[in-house]
Design a protein. Sequence first.
Length: 137
Amino acid sequence: MKKLPKFVQDDMWLMPYSEAIINRVQAAAEKEKKLVGESSLYEFAGGYLYFGLHKTENGWVIREWAPNATSIYLIGTFNNWEEHKNYAFHSLENGIWELQLAENDLKHGDLYALSMHWAIDYGKRVPAWANYVTQDP
């Protein structure tokens, strides 16, 4: 028999559900391992410090995790929502994409989205690490 979690051992009312609880705890541990690999949930939760749009000393940087993408463009009010090569991300490693821009390429309050291309399709996406989003009226 698998080891009972301490909270089940401490609460006799949970005993009839122990098998389901053990399965859920195991599934959660597997999902955590898949998400964070060798790091910790704490480190994973800090992803917003790396991913998303950030102001830098030299301008802007935006990073996105899109392992199945073949190309990504930043589109928005600053380029009439059209794909331009100077707003094309470049692929780093492990599905991470990055775009560095000069300070005057974006300004506070600009609306933007990602135009993602995959092997057989493309689509407009809200960046996963966006700090603030709005919906069209």
